[in-house]
Design a protein around this ligand. Structure first.
Ligand SMILES: *Cc1c(COP(=O)(O)O)cnc(C)c1O
Length: 353
């Protein structure tokens, strides 16, 4: 399929790099492709960024049939443009599609669409430490029909947002509240899918944690509220007595690409890194014995997010004096180094435009 390109006649002024933030500004163009039952995915286009007309009965607005992805394009040392593991994202959107009865994309074509759009918008990729062009592909049901049924029409859209360093003052450890009342997902549900509904389910707990002075929520399993799951938009890692552990993929947590990269990189360094079922009691016990050395979250937005404090049932665990640990810092430097082409990519993670 050929991507038809219609360029904007009114290019925007690019925002200054120090005011970028995250997800606030969008580039001049977007990619749009439609799906119609019987016809498949058709009419891929790049058009000026702007509002999309929608019927008030549009299926996604009522029943939430929607999936999304998040990845970044980086400007390399020599001006080259690098994508980080885009095939993994497009394979994952198909896994989410499968769970939500959305027709799958051709992975190679979807990556081609990302590349074509990023190439057209490459002047929007900010230069500077910690900055990137955030890529948000998403699909939603468009049927104008109030009936609970997989839709027969969909839109696949890709928008781009120049983003600044996630943490202005470097890698500031975050305070996390271990949620023991609300749950995000249960096995058999949609926890492993990147879908809008999982985020809707998380807002209440997030809001209450913020009122208590915490920035994020650490979810426990939905059945026993005993085993650690993830942080909503990040997977979680613990360094205990020299060994690294992260919750095993169990169907209710998202298989993060940053998570997978961390496991592969740690193992390449000879650091023991295990995926297993981890109870929150186990973490507290390690803390009490002085063996909880580092805790960090992993995700595309922040890459590595050190955790300085965990609060569980009123008990506070201050980790590494509230400072980033050496291993967390080394992982951050390595992954961001590979992403920007500063460090040789021996893992084959990056795709150059
Ligand atoms: C996107 C996301 C992550 C992080 O995944 P990455 O591929 O590393 O960006 C973790 N948890 C949830 C629920 C997510 O939606």
């Amino acid at each position: 399929m050929e991507i038809k390109i219609t360029k904007t006649t009114a290019p925007k002024t690019k925002p200054p790099v120090d005011s970028l933030g995250f997800g606030k500004h969008f580039t001049d163009h977007m990619f749009v492709m439609d799906y119609t039952a019987g016809k498949g995915w058709h009419d891929p286009q790049i058009v000026p960024y702007g509002p999309i007309p929608m019927d008030p009965s549009c299926a996604v607005l009522h029943y939430g049939q929607a999936v999304f992805e998040g990845l970044k394009a980086y400007k390399g040392e020599n001006g080259q443009v690098l994508l980080f593991r885009p095939y993994n994202n497009m394979n994952r959107i198909n896994e989410s599609n499968d769970r939500l009865c959305i027709p799958k994309l051709d992975v190679d074509f979807a990556v081609e669409a990302i590349k074509t759009l990023v190439e057209l918008e490459k002047d929007w990729i900010p230069g500077g430490k910690g900055t990137a062009l955030y890529i948000r592909p998403f699909i939603f049901a468009t049927d104008p029909f109030l009936g609970v049924h997989p839709a027969s029409t969909y839109k696949f859209i890709i928008i781009l947002s120049p983003v600044g360093a996630y943490y202005k003052e470097g890698l500031n450890p975050v305070k996390i509240y271990v949620e023991d009342e609300y749950v995000r997902a249960v096995r058999g549900g949609m926890g492993f899918s990147k879908t809008a509904g999982n985020y809707a389910a998380s807002l209440k707990a997030q809001e209450e944690a913020e009122k208590k002075g915490y920035t994020q929520v650490l979810w426990l399993d939905g059945v026993e509220r005993k085993y650690i799951e993830e942080v909503g938009a990040m997977n979680i890692f613990f360094k205990i007595d020299g060994k690294v552990v992260t919750p095993a993929l169990n169907g209710s947590i998202l298989a993060g690409i940053t998570r997978n990269s961390c496991l592969e990189i740690l193992r390449s360094w000879g650091v023991p890194a295990e995926e297993k079922k981890i109870s929150v009691e186990e973490i507290y016990e390690a803390y009490q014995n002085g063996k909880l050395e580092e805790v960090f979250g992993t995700g595309t937005a922040a890459v590595i997010s050190p955790v300085g404090e965990l609060c569980w049932e009123g008990k506070k665990m201050v980790i590494n004096n509230g400072e980033i640990g050496a291993l967390s810092q080394k992982l951050y430097d390595t992954i961001t180094g590979i992403q920007s082409g500063k460090i040789e990519d021996t893992f084959g993670y990056t795709v150059t435009l």
